[in-house]
Design a protein around this ligand. Structure first.
Ligand code: FAD
Length: 466
């Protein structure tokens, strides 16, 4: 069904919001609809009744949250809508508050090694601004060319280089946040150290838009590494590939990228375009070095470690161009899976020592449920993204895919892991949260949410079931 979003939920609310925000309230139904869904696979249907506000400054955010609190209207904070966890899609009767226009680098201080940025700044643009000053911002979700820093903060995003540089939380030092009712809150510090009071920055990073709307982010910057070089290892045994992961992680100079693709992923990527992976590989590992002054030496050592672990073939890039070419197959992985049909994207994370058990367990689930499940992702962190591929027009296939999804979550738990390493709980995995954390813990977290959001208007149904 084609939905026709209302301009503003509630008869009085419409007039009030329009009066305060004018054309920031989207009045064109087609434009509004383009803000209704995010990148969750499978896509969620858009509701009929929602409003889109495109904030231009913090004052607009304050106005929306004052209005929302007063009228009990749900608010969905929104960045670039690349959420994989159904965290940023419109809800029935809600205001979708898009903050992409609150971008820009507001300050960059090389002495302190920090940047102050708007939440709408695209991750790649922050990296570029840091690089122009000879500095480096680490977190690099595979969606880095489109996703925003606000979205990264809200999901505590990871990415390909976490194995060396950590996740978003490791880089965020202070925030400005607008709370329900419109109060502006500041957390954290801009100094190198700061331990006054509770770490509310840490609480807000990863809160998935359920506590408030981030309107400014202070991030740490580090001296820039050297351009990375890539090595590729091809394996005819999964255990050997996982032994390679362990050896590379244990290296004194840890790689800045350590990614795995299993045999189904390799075939899926090769079917999408020739990226030079042998079709009969059981697994491939991609590894990168970027240590200033030692890149060639490190990547050569990584290549030796790959061979020692049992790689049947190892390729090492000599320059940046070759390096990018070797990595391209991994970069197109998600698109290659999408081209295969309906899919559910997973995000489980286990202790690195249990990786082989995870991949083998997933392969067994795929066989049992007669679905295709290519597995790839951030092996260096134990964080993989199995994609359950199925025919969405076949009700039985949909049932089997959903069963596979549930079984993979339980498999991760049984191996000492979590159902989400970096995409977040969203609405997608909210039904599983209590099983992972326990009833008492979820009740405690709900009480914590109520401190910030007593009316429960912030992104209801995300993280906690509504
Ligand atoms: C191809 C592809 C690859 C991806 N690869 C990775 C990866 O490697 N690592 C990874 O971690 N993720 C990855 N993702 C998921 C996604 O890109 C991240 O979750 C990203 O952080 C979302 O940013 P966004 O700007 O798109 O936010 P949105 O999708 O718009 O929102 C995400 C969540 O943040 C909240 N939010 C957004 N902005 C604010 C704000 N200013 N204040 C408060 N809450 C806010 C939303 O309510 C929602 O809950 C990938 C997604 C795609 C499509």
């Amino acid at each position: 069904m084609v939905s026709t979003p209302h301009v503003v939920p509630g008869p009085d609310g419409a007039a009030v919001l329009r009066e305060r925000l004018g054309d920031r309230v989207v009045s064109d139904a087609d434009v509004a609809r383009s803000y209704a869904t995010d990148a969750t696979a499978p896509p969620r249907p858009a509701p009929d009744d929602f409003t889109v506000v495109r904030a231009r400054d913090e004052g607009d955010v304050v106005a929306v949250l004052e209005h929302a609190q007063a009228t009990g209207t749900p608010v969905v904070p929104q960045g670039a809508r690349t959420s994989r966890a159904a965290g940023a899609g419109a809800l029935d009767g809600a205001i979708v508050l898009n903050v992409e226009a609150l971008g820009g680098v507001r300050d960059l201080d090389p002495l302190e090694g920090l940047a102050v940025v708007g939440p709408g700044l695209v991750n790649a643009d922050l990296k570029a601004a840091a690089a122009a000053a000879g500095l480096f911002y680490g977190p690099d979700p595979a969606s880095w060319r489109t996703c925003t820093i606000g979205g990264n903060v809200a999901t505590n995003a990871g990415g390909l280089c976490c194995v060396k540089y950590g996740v978003t939380a490791d880089w965020v030092t202070a925030l400005r946040v607008v709370l329900p009712g419109g109060e502006v809150m500041r957390t954290g510090h801009r100094t190198a150290k700061g331990v006054a009071g509770y770490d509310l920055t840490g609480l807000l990073v990863g809160s998935e838009g359920t506590l408030g709307v981030v309107t400014e982010v202070v991030v740490r910057l580090r001296p820039a590494p050297d351009p990375a070089l890539t090595a590729l290892g091809v394996f005819d045994s999964l255990d050997a590939a996982v032994a390679g992961v362990a050896a590379l992680r244990a290296d004194r100079h840890r790689p800045c990228l350590l990614e795995l693709m299993d045999r189904t992923s390799v075939r899926a990527v090769q079917a999408f375009g020739d990226h030079g992976f042998p079709d009969d590989a059981e697994a491939v590992l991609l590894v990168q070095a970027d240590r200033p002054g030692h890149v060639a030496q490190d990547v050569a050592r990584y290549a030796e470690l790959l061979s020692a672990a049992g790689a049947t073939d190892v390729a090492v890039a000599d320059d940046e161009q070759e390096s990018q070419a070797l990595l391209e197959g991994r970069r197109v992985m998600s698109t290659a899976f999408e081209a295969m049909g309906g899919r559910i994207a997973e995000d489980v994370c286990v202790p690195v020592g249990r990786l082989a058990d995870l991949v083998r367990g997933i392969q067994a689930v795929a066989t049992d449920e007669q679905v295709l499940v290519p597995v790839g992702g951030h092996a260096g962190d134990g964080n993989l993204h199995p994609s359950i591929v199925y025919d969405p027009t076949d009700p039985d296939a949909v049932r089997r895919a959903m069963r596979a999804f549930d079984r993979i979550v339980r498999l991760a738990w049984s191996l000492g892991g979590t159902m989400t390493g970096e995409h977040g709980v969203g609405a997608l995995k909210a039904p599983w949260l209590e099983e992972e954390l326990g009833r008492a813990e979820v009740a405690r977290q709900r009480r914590l949410k109520a401190v910030f959001d007593p009316g429960g208007i912030m992104n209801p149904g995300v993280v906690f079931e509504a």
